[in-house]
Design a protein around this ligand. Structure first.
Ligand SMILES: Nc1ncnc2c1ncn2[C@@H]1O[C@H](COP(=O)(O)OP(=O)(O)OP(=O)(O)O)[C@@H](O)[C@H]1O
Ligand SMILES: [Mg+2]
Length: 206
């Protein structure tokens, strides 16, 4: 659960107070209104000029970025696929966090969850944009974090895949008692999924 108070950042964000306390929170609003900036602030990727962000009532300035990101996993708007094969890409998060590596069975399960028919030894260079996006989603799902910040996770997907992938993620978040804060342009889907729908415009929350 997050709360922000008196958050100011350049002329980009100006939020007096917002509480993100539902299992599924969707952030919507026009391009350039500050959605990604706000999401980055929740993960200490960006620091406000003034004001504060609280994670489970703790000011995140008192939590190291490493410790915060162990619990709060962010998938940026432009997800990164690394050179190498599918397995390397799925394991990179665990390697960076020096965690025990999941088995191939687990990796295949995560691919299936994202409806990806890829071989673990397959090179990632020729994957389509939508496949890359789903591969990055599979990677973050494997981290099994309590909180997820997903920035337009379905932007590269066709409507059919967008719906089934978001359905799958939202179901998983509920089943596993996690929290999801998601920026999305899929307003109609957001209205069906979100227990809390936050509309932003011009750096403010409406
Ligand atoms: N660190 C920064 N310094 C200066 N300007 C920035 C910084 N980060 C973002 N901006 C600007 O702030 C505005 C909001 O950017 P942001 O990426 O948060 O928008 P967004 O709502 O996510 O848009 P989109 O839907 O297109 O992804 C944009 O005009 C952007 O150029
Ligand atoms: Mg954005």
């Amino acid at each position: 659960m997050f709360e922000v108070r008196d958050l100011r950042f350049k002329n980009i964000l100006n939020i007096d107070k917002a509480v993100f306390n539902k299992p599924t929170v969707c952030l919507i609003g026009p391009s350039g209104c500050g959605k990604s900036t706000l999401l980055r602030m929740l993960n200490k990727m960006e620091e406000p000029d003034s004001g504060a962000v609280f994670y489970n009532e703790l000011d995140i300035r008192s939590i190291s970025a490493v410790n915060l990101r162990r619990e709060v996993t962010m998938l940026p708007q432009t997800p990164i696929v690394y050179e190498g094969n599918v397995r390397d890409n799925l394991l990179i998060g665990h390697k960076l966090q020096h965690r025990e590596l999941p088995s191939d069975d687990k990796l295949e399960e995560a691919l299936e969850q994202m409806y990806l028919k890829l071989k673990l030894d397959q090179d990632t260079a020729r994957l389509s944009g939508g496949e890359k996006q789903r591969l990055c989603l599979a990677r973050v799902i494997l981290l099994d974090s309590p909180v997820y910040l997903l920035d337009e996770p379905s932007a590269a997907l066709d409507p059919h895949n967008e719906k089934r992938i978001l359905d799958q993620i939202v179901r998983w978040i509920h089943d596993q008692n996690k929290q999801l804060i998601m920026v999305t342009h899929a307003v109609e889907l957001a209205q069906t999924y979100a227990e809390q729908l936050i509309k932003m415009d011009g750096g403010k929350i409406e």
